[in-house]
Write a protein that binds this ligand. Structure first.
Ligand code: BEZ
Ligand code: FE
Length: 288
């Protein structure tokens, strides 16, 4: 029979999970996970009470999840794990625009609208902004057939899916870029906002003495035929939380200026009052 001890237990568990694993990759992942979990417990000399608290935390995290709320994604984000996975898969210095976290508020299937559309469904005093830009390949050549899914918070710091009073698809759409890659839409200037703190992740942030805020940003998921999908944000220059994002997702190249424009022709084209706020960004996608 086996005589399990602190010294031989880790090797025994790894062997049990890897000998007949479904694939070499499965064996590699589960083996490494077991080694790191055991090493963590040994490192901090985890007490039984502490591990029970950990299990209660994970249980509460699961219970907080439903079709609108994904507390496990929020946990991964606030622990910086989502950005580790992002950085492994989209290394800095690669071609094209940098990526960042998807976040828990993405909703598939937003209404497809033509470039130039206004995606504000309700006026609660947000600063109207004309967003313009271009979708190109990584070398700057315009791409035809691109779409940009965009989603962002309203002036009350909430995404439509967090706000029972928001009209469906408020500040959320799939923009069809033109054949020369150019796109534009009218939206609101995003505001900084706290990630949800009414669940276990909020307790974790408080226990770590951390604030819950994210710097103001628009989310984009950009697609074009023959190219990798780009999931990213554009952050508002000057935001006070750019140095302390609750989910560690900021990148210098993703910061853009929101500037006042006096261009009366452009204002008339989009039905805006002069002066109005504009933001311009060009996305470069890498080939598949
Ligand atoms: C977001 O930007 O929507 C987000 C990202 C990570 C955690 C919470 C929110
Ligand atoms: Fe966000």
């Amino acid at each position: 029979m086996k005589d399990f001890t602190l010294e031989n237990l880790t090797d025994a568990v790894v062997e049990a999970y890897t000998t007949n694993a479904a694939s070499p990759r499965q064996a590699q992942i589960i083996g490494s996970l077991v080694r790191h979990l055991h090493a963590f417990a040994k490192d901090v000399e985890l007490t039984e009470a502490e591990w029970f608290e950990g299990i209660q935390f994970l249980t509460a995290t699961g219970k907080k999840c439903d079709d609108k709320r994904q507390e496990f994604i929020l946990l991964s984000d606030t622990l910086g794990l989502s950005m580790v996975v992002d950085a492994i898969n989209h290394p800095k210095g690669g071609l094209g625009t940098e990526s960042t976290v998807l976040g828990p508020f993405y909703v598939e299937g937003s209404p497809i609208v033509e470039s130039g559309a206004n995606i504000i469904k309700r006026d609660i005093g947000g600063e109207v902004v004309l967003v313009t830009g271009k979708v190109t390949d990584a070398a700057g050549k315009p791409l035809a057939g691109a779409t940009l899914e965009v989603w962002q918070t309203a002036n009350n710091q909430l995404y439509d899916v967090q706000d029972p009073d928001a009209p469906e698809w408020n500040l959320r759409a799939t923009i069809k870029a033109k054949d020369d890659g150019a796109f534009s839409f009218v939206s609101e200037k995003p505001t900084s906002y706290p990630v949800p703190t009414d669940g276990p992740v909020g307790q974790l942030l408080a226990a770590g003495g951390r604030h819950a805020f994210r710097p103001a940003h628009l989310h984009f998921m950009v697609k074009a035929p023959g190219h990798e999908t780009l999931t990213t944000h554009i952050f508002a220059d000057g935001d006070p939380y750019l140095d302390s994002d609750a989910v560690f997702a900021t990148k210098a190249a993703l910061v853009a200026k929101f500037e006042l424009s006096e261009d009366a022709t452009l204002a008339a084209k989009y039905g805006l009052k002069v002066p109005f706020t504009t933001m311009h960004y060009e996305f470069g996608l890498t080939a598949q």
